[in-house]
Structures are given as C-alpha cells and as structure tokens.
Design a protein around this ligand. Structure first.
Ligand code: GAP
Length: 496
C-alpha cells in the first residue's frame, strides 16, 4: 500500500483528513451524534462495519482455522464479580491521575508527560524529550507518585485548558465500569454489582478446562476470542485510538511451565508476520518492551505502528505466567490443573499435573481499523497540463476492502442495466458487490476509490456484442477488457 500525500502536509492534518473521510463516506460516526456525541464513543457506519468485520474474519481465520491447535469461543461480557477480584483488576487496574486545580480537568499522568515530550520533539528538542520519557518510565516502574509530580512541576508542564501548573497530588483511578445486576437487592440492601469486562481474556481463563476437556485439547494449545471490552479511560482522545467501548481480538496460548520464553518469542514473530502479511512496510512497525510490567506478566511487549500521531501500541504480547489460572483456582476453589501424560526426558516420567503458563496475544480491532485507514488513505494529484485533477483513494488490501466489486452500467438504458444486474446476481453471493447507475462513470469511479473498492466493471454497448466488460483496477486506474465470465474468477483470486 502506498502513500502519496501531496495535499496534506502535516501529520496531524493527515489524521484530521482521515477522520473527516471516515465520516463523509460512512465508515465511522461520532456516537449519539444528534445529542452532540458521547466522549470517546463511536459508531461504525455501513462501510466501516464491513471493514471491521473483514479485519475480524482475517484475524479469526489466521488464529483458528489455520492453526490446528487453537479453537475459538464467545464468552459473555458479564462475568461473576469474583472473576475481577481473582484477575487483579479490582485492586490493580488503575492509572495514576492528576487534576488541574484551575480547569478541574483530569489527566492520565503518562499521557500528560508524553504530550509534553511530543511538543518538545516538534520543537526539535529530541534529547530533552527522550530524557523526560526515560525519567517517567523509571518513576512509573517504582510507582513513585511524588517523583512523577515533581517531574511535571519541574518541567512546568501546563494544563492545555487553564494554561497553569496548579496540580493536585497524583491518585490512582480504577478503569472498570460497573453496573447493577438484576432488580432485587441482596441481604445488605445493595444491588449486585457487576463489571463490564475490561478485557476479553478472563472469559477464556474461566472456560479453560471446559474447552480443554470437551475439545480434548493437548498442551500446547490456544483459545481465541473476539469481543467488546470497556474501560473508563480518563483521557479518551485521538479518534478511535482510545475509546471507552472497544473491541479486542485475543488469544491465550496454554503451555508447559518453563517453556514461556520460547513461546513468547514465537508468538512475537508470528504476530508481527501477520501484520506484514497485509503488505504493510516493516519500517512502520517496531516492538516496544514494557518497562513496568502489568500485574500478571513476567515479560511483555507492544507491537507499535507509526500512526500520524507517532509510534503507538496496536497489539500486546504478554507472558502471563500461571497468574490468572492460579488465582481462579484459589478464588473459585475449582482445580485449574491439566494432566500432561507426555514423558519428561529429564526424569523419564510423565510431566503430570500442573497449572499451565500462558502467552497472550491481544490486539485492538478498532486500532487495527485505524491503522489500516492510515495506511490506505492516499491523496493523489492527477493533474495534467490541460486540467487540474486529484483523487482520494483508500488502498486497502483487497481481502479487507468493504466492497470488492462495483458493477456500473455506462448508461441507464439500452439493456445495459439488465446485463449489469446479471453480473451482480452471479457475484453477490461470493463477495460484497455494489451496483450504481447514477452520475458520470468518472464520478462513480471516484466514489468507489474513496471506499477502497479494488475493482469496478463497466458494462457498455460493446458488452452487448461480445459479452465483454471493462475492468478498472483501483490503485493503477488501469483498465482491461475481459469476458463477463472471468469477472468473478479475477475478483476471487485477489481476495483469498
Ligand atoms: N488482555 C490484555 C489486554 O487487555 P492491553 O494492552 O490493555 O492488554 C490490548 O490491551 C489491546 O487492546 C491494545 O494493544 C489496544 O490495541 C487495545 N486497547 C486497549 N485499550 C483500548 C482503548 N481504550 N481503546 C481502543 N483500543 C484499546
């Protein structure tokens, strides 16, 4: 996928252009827009939901269908409240926050400092920015809130609203949403509190033995799941990058204790290759090792992509040890052990009973959507000496494009719509097609470019004579004459 962004020079301008394009062409709308929106909540429109589904299917196929030892599940969003006690989310799923006393605006401390570092970088003070970020990393790793506040005050980091440095102390803030379950009160006169899951992973852990036993799975094996997750993000910004309701695609891979380093490296490589399989340049990606590990991990890294707002996390690879299964065993009093009858060469005896270790791969579907939008969005200058011209085209990999084929009769008469309808009928059960007969053919091509449709076929007068149509390729705009009978085959071969 190429990027020729002659019109939009600055990177933040580029993000703004992508956000506008998403709205104008039915990809993403602000949530509850008629009521002026709901902060950090977005709705996917007619083409956005198709793109999202295609990304999810592409992930699901590569993580389940193509992996003989990984199966998928679909667990409920609501889980028993003790789940979140056992997982550590009730006690540890916090972010350090700081409030500006003048504007009353609350900031996540790391975001406030990162924003300041970005500003320094924009002023070419790269070394200064790197120093602040590395100081922040070491203070965060030690949970040194006084030190973090001092870093903010010493650097005179200001609130973007009040413009002052009048800060409160730093406090922890839990990110889980809660609600009440059922309509009856318990003995203490309280409603039963349940949480909206902040990650899909726990639905996999609590079903670990159900799947292992009913699926007769042998370690190493994985369980995959996609679904909604909810976090009460304080600083929710940058479009769909950080939302309060979002979707995750997660896989927990259960392994023998002691093999976690090897599997962690293998999954890092496998997941990076998945990203590269979409034709995205390697230079746009990097790994970022976590300095401060989450409460459940003994190693963790992010796969970061270079968004217009800089390198940011798209996916996390975590070595979660036996933390989750061990805690669920303790809190539920149900055994979470696996019996491994393979022989340990060191002892000559079966490995026996143990709680498996876990490597997790966790990617945000919405972030992957934004990544693909950023990668695909291209403004092209097509001017000639005679005429000024340009187009916006979304150069999606064909397998992910919301519409694969547009069928366009050149005119609305002479039997051309009828032939075009027959092509639609032949293709629409196999992939998403779009029929349009309004406007000039040039305008229709541009609309299809803006949706990222890889192929357009045009039915014209010659079609009636020799059963051929023109096929136009989105990226090159090259046109070929092909037999109607070949249309489906050509599209199918590009989207597998
Ligand atoms: N189960 C592990 C876990 O949830 P995480 O790093 O907190 O790990 C995994 O989240 C992925 O979920 C992230 O890499 C990101 O792509 C996505 N994600 C997390 N918070 C998000 C948010 N507020 N909005 C959109 N995506 C988010």
């Amino acid at each position: 996928m190429a990027n020729d962004n002659s019109k939009t020079s600055s990177q933040s301008g580029r993000l703004q252009a992508i956000i506008s394009h998403c709205k104008e062409y039915g990809f993403v709308f602000p949530g509850s827009e008629i009521y002026d929106g709901l902060q950090a909540v977005y709705d996917y429109g007619q083409w956005g939901s198709e793109l999202k589904k295609n990304i999810k299917d592409y992930w699901w196929k590569s993580m389940t269908q193509l992996q003989e030892n990984i199966v998928g599940i679909d667990a409920a969003i609501f889980m028993h409240p003790t789940t979140w006690k056992a997982s550590g989310h009730v006690d540890n799923f916090n972010d350090p926050m700081i409030d500006n006393k003048d504007s009353k605006k609350r900031y996540r401390v790391d975001h406030l400092i990162e924003g300041y570092a970005d500003m320094l970088k924009a002023e070419s003070k790269v070394q200064e920015a790197e120093k602040i970020l590395s100081d922040m990393d070491s203070l965060v790793a030690k949970d040194d809130f006084e030190g973090l506040k001092k870093l903010i005050v010493d650097n005179k980091i200001k609130c973007s609203i009040s413009g002052t440095c009048n800060w409160t102390d730093i406090r922890q803030f839990n990110l889980m949403f809660s609600t009440e379950f059922g309509s009856t009160e318990n003995a203490e006169g309280e409603f039963n509190k349940v949480y909206l899951r902040p990650e899909t992973a726990q639905g996999i852990f609590v079903n670990f033995l159900n799947v292992q036993k009913t699926g007769r799975m042998k370690i190493p094996f994985g369980i995959a799941q996609t679904g909604k997750a909810f976090r009460n993000e304080i600083v929710a910004r940058q479009f769909i990058f950080r939302m309060r309701e979002f979707e995750q695609m997660e896989m927990q891979f259960f392994i023998r204790p002691g093999t976690q380093k090897e599997w962690y490296e293998r999954w890092k490589e496998t997941r990076m290759n998945w990203h590269l399989s979409l034709g995205i340049s390697k230079d746009k990606y990097r790994f970022h090792d976590h300095v401060k590990l989450a409460h459940y991990a003994d190693a963790a890294c992010d796969i970061e992509y270079e968004f217009p707002i800089g390198f940011k996390e798209v996916e996390g690879i975590h070595s979660r040890t036996d933390f989750d299964l061990k805690n669920h065993q303790e809190y539920s009093k149900k055994k979470m052990q696996y019996f491994d009858n393979d022989v340990d060469p060191a002892t000559g005896k079966p490995y026996g009973n143990y709680i498996p270790y876990v490597i997790e791969t966790s990617i945000g579907l919405d972030r992957m959507f934004l990544l693909l939008m950023c990668e695909a969005y291209t403004e092209e200058d097509l001017s000639t000496p005679e005429k000024q011209d340009s187009r916006v085209v979304l150069k999606f990999p064909p397998v992910l494009a919301p519409v694969k084929l547009a069928v366009l009769p050149l005119v609305k008469k002479d039997g051309l719509p009828e032939i075009a309808r027959k092509i639609m009928d032949d293709c629409k059960a196999s992939f998403r097609c779009f029929y349009e007969e309004k406007d000039t053919i040039g305008k229709r091509y541009r609309r299809m470019d803006a949706l990222g449709t890889p192929f357009c076929v045009t039915v014209d007068q010659q079609t009636k004579e020799d059963n051929t149509v023109t096929i136009r390729h989105r990226d090159s705009m090259h046109q070929d004459r092909i037999a109607i009978n070949d249309v489906k085959k050509i599209v199918m071969s590009a989207i597998i």
